[in-house]
Unconditional design. Structure first.
Length: 339
């Protein structure tokens, strides 16, 4: 498309690209650049993590130990200067350690609420599948509603709230499976992957004399993240693009590829992720490419292949990509090219 041609997407006045949008997107770029001072390579993983933060979608990072999952999360936490807590999930962890509990206060001669580890803005749930399903379930309300309930009383979590969980492979020793209801509450999931030989050499050099994470300076604060999330929600999506998203979700519910289809929560998460991706690309409107980019990271972890599909396709991410490729893109909706 020539730069002189006009875009076929008509954008309402209140969704036009503003200086505020550009400024906030620039802040996210600086956050990503800050993280890259610690994390070598992994631009895609850094982008997906910041996409989760900006959208408010919780992130699940799945990989073997030692791949930099925790370091990536802590680098983001320091970059945005949010109140951070790391919860190490182990078999002896109980729900009260996370959500808090009521304890006897001898001075007041009454029971009072003692906050749990969840009462922070940025939570790293490390090795989440090493804890029992009962303990894992203590995160459900926090992830969905931003609150916890103890002894019939509801306590709001600090805002902004963001949870990143790391997950060990299912064939590891001492692992409890994550239930479907837990997985469906994670908006984005990805793995780190091994570094290239060149990247690993740079990792050794970078960490040889000091830990760059210890000297990392913040780029913004939690209030800025709240502004970004509000801006993301205002990103415009045309009816035809929304229908394209619904067609992708619908395709997971038909046929024999999956045991069950994606939930309505999954479609909401995919829309929000697409809005955020548009924001990060400097656009005030969603295009089909935003949905295509996000779907392989929003949908696979909440789906399970049927027995026949496991042999034919192999993994849920490949199955989602196949579905996305099978849905025609609305031909009348093309993004304008930058001059």
């Amino acid at each position: 498309m020539n730069a002189s041609k006009k875009a076929s997407i008509k954008i309402p006045k209140n969704a036009s690209k503003t200086a505020s949008l550009t400024e906030l997107a620039g802040t996210v770029y600086r956050i990503e650049e800050n993280i890259s001072r610690v994390i070598v390579g992994k631009e895609r993983q850094i982008r997906l993590l910041t996409l989760g933060l900006c959208s408010g979608l919780h992130v699940l990072i799945q990989d073997i130990p030692g791949m930099g999952k925790t370091t990536l999360a802590r680098s983001l936490a320091k970059s945005v200067n949010m109140d951070f807590a790391r919860i190490q999930f182990t078999p002896d962890l109980i729900p009260g350690d996370i959500v808090g509990m009521t304890v006897w206060n001898p001075e007041k001669q009454s029971f009072s609420y003692r906050e749990g580890a969840i009462m922070h803005q940025f939570i790293l749930a490390d090795e989440i599948n090493r804890a029992s399903p009962r303990t894992q379930s203590s995160l459900l309300e926090a992830m969905q509603e931003g609150s916890v309930s103890v002894e019939g009383v509801t306590y709001k979590l600090p805002r902004p709230f963001f949870l990143v969980a790391t997950r060990n492979p299912e064939n590891f020793t001492g692992i409890f499976p994550l239930p479907e209801g837990q997985l469906d509450r994670f908006g984005i999931s990805f793995s780190m992957g091994y570094p290239t030989q060149k990247e690993e050499t740079e990792i050794l050099e970078r960490f040889k004399t000091e830990n760059p994470l210890e000297v990392l300076e913040p780029v913004c604060d939690g209030e800025t993240i709240l502004k970004i999330r509000k801006t993301v929600r205002s990103i415009f999506i045309k009816d035809e693009v929304e229908e394209y998203l619904i067609n992708i979700i619908g395709k997971t519910r038909t046929g024999t590829t999956f045991r069950y289809g994606a939930s309505p929560r999954a479609s909401q998460h995919l829309l929000l992720a697409a809005q955020t991706n548009a924001f990060l690309e400097g656009r005030a409107f969603v295009i089909p490419e935003d949905i295509r980019y996000c779907a392989p990271y929003v949908l696979p972890h909440r789906l399970k292949l049927s027995a026949e599909s496991m042999t034919e396709i192999g993994d849920t991410r490949s199955a989602v990509i196949r579905i996305v490729d099978s849905i025609p893109i609305p031909t009348s909706l093309k993004a304008p090219e930058s001059k």
